[in-house]
Write a protein that binds this ligand. Structure first.
Ligand code: G3H
Ligand code: ZN
Length: 283
């Protein structure tokens, strides 16, 4: 059941739901997310940032770990291993060569011409191997690993160009979302989202899923958003749970004693997201 995102997102767009991309940080994170998806009969995208891949040992380790868990946990739902915010062609190629089934090439910090050029190169390499590609136009606010930036809305003409000129499978048009917690209510550009959907007709991605209220999630899905990325929320519930267990059991030292409850908290959070995004019973 290791697959690219292509089919998952096509079905999600038609069925008016979204598939969650849940970022992984380690073994327990991966168990929690795969377990939640299997229980809910939901397709799932495991997001792996370059920093998280480094933390886990590298792209090969990530792929082998996921493959192992799919067997041991008897996972039957479709699973994509997706490079999140890939910074260059070389990084995307390395992930694909290691067995990633999907990559994001994030050229949003470059000029649109450079963004299109690097995206095109990734699409050529990826599609030859059945791997799906996500690109980004505009900038998501907040912090992603070590990149901190302000919000810049995606330009419609640029969105149309990148879709037409590169053949990407899915596009993340930055429309006011932020990585990490929001300060106040998010202010998403729904009118622009609708315009991009109408002009491109491909599944759209919403980054910065943490802290977006349910009514905005539903609206985004109704306007063509087929993939929603969630990372920080799982980090927050994990850290909170582990802190509580350590405070309640100050003598604990076996890591399993405090990590297992953190893993369960992530699983419950992901189950909630799957139901909110409507991807349950779609696998
Ligand atoms: O690419 C990852 C996401 O956009 C995660 O955003 O940490 O705000 O949930 P988040
Ligand atoms: Zn993101």
């Amino acid at each position: 059941p290791l697959v690219s995102m292509t089919d998952m997102l096509k079905k999600a767009l038609e069925g008016k739901y979204a598939v969650g991309q849940y970022n992984i940080n380690n073994l327990e994170w991966t168990q929690a997310i795969l377990g939640a998806a299997e229980e809910e009969k939901s397709p799932v995208i495991l997001g792996v940032s370059e920093g998280a891949a480094r933390h886990m040992g590298g792209f090969v380790t990530v792929v082998k770990m996921v493959e192992g868990l799919i067997v041991d946990m008897k996972i039957t739902v479709p699973v994509a291993i997706h490079l999140d915010h890939g910074s260059s062609f070389d990084k995307c190629k390395a992930a694909i060569d290691a067995g990633f089934t999907s990559v994001m090439i994030d050229g949003s910090h470059h000029s649109i011409d450079e963004n299109i050029e690097m995206t095109k190169k990734v699409v050529e390499y990826a599609h030859a191997k059945g791997v799906s590609v996500e690109a980004e136009v505009g900038t998501v606010g907040g912090q992603e690993d070590d990149v901190i930036g302000g919000i810049m809305y995606a330009d419609l003409a640029e969105c149309i160009r990148i879709v037409k000129e590169t053949g990407i499978d899915t596009l993340a048009p930055a429309l006011g979302s932020v990585h990490g917690p929001y300060h106040g209510e998010p202010n998403l550009g729904f009118k622009e989202m609708e315009e991009v959907r109408d002009a491109t007709n491909i599944p759209l991605v919403l980054h910065g899923g943490t802290g977006i209220p349910t009514h905005d999630i539903k609206k985004a899905i109704s306007l063509g958003t087929s993939k929603i990325n969630v990372n920080t929320e799982n980090q927050i519930v994990f850290a909170k749970t582990v802190r509580e267990v350590l405070a309640a059991k100050p003598d604990a030292y076996d890591p399993r004693v405090f990590i297992a409850p953190g893993r369960e908290a992530i699983k419950q959070t992901v189950i909630g997201k799957i139901r909110e995004f409507g991807s349950n019973n779609q696998a």
